[in-house]
Design a protein around this ligand. Structure first.
Ligand code: HEC
Length: 96
């Protein structure tokens, strides 16, 4: 009984982490200050990222990283999302 309880607890714990991943990646990458906690910025010149197609967001982040797209702010910021582009984009796509 104890064993089943332990396995269940670990499974729920792991599931919670898997779901929170994109959010955590976004929150911990320094994006929130400009783009807001859900990808909706209070500042008009910072684009809204919430609800954007994940594939588009991933491409923009990679383009900023490679220099294919240039912006004084984002070219510097995109590196912080390195390796986490997809999970951040998936999280943002689900926001409103
Ligand atoms: C200091 C403010 C600032 C921070 C921090 C910041 N951004 Fe941005 N972001 C901008 C600005 C300004 C633009 C618009 C760039 C342009 O005009 O090309 C932008 C554009 C973008 C775009 C393109 C949106 C579109 O519609 O094409 C994406 C995607 C993006 N940011 C994601 C992120 C992510 C992910 C992070 C965290 C790693 C982040 N940003 C951190 C200011 C910021």
């Amino acid at each position: 009984m104890k064993r089943i309880l332990l396995v269940t607890t670990v499974a729920i714990f792991t599931m919670g982490f898997a779901q929170a991943d994109g959010k955590a990646d976004y929150m911990n990458s320094g994006c929130v200050g400009c783009h807001g906690t859900t990808g909706v910025s209070a500042i008009p010149t910072y684009p809204k990222l919430a609800g954007q197609n994940a594939a588009y967001t991933v491409k923009q982040l990679k383009d900023f990283q490679t220099g294919a797209r240039k912006d004084p702010t984002m070219s510097a910021m995109a590196g912080l999302a390195a390796g986490k582009e997809q999970s951040i984009a998936d999280f943002l796509a689900k926001q409103k």
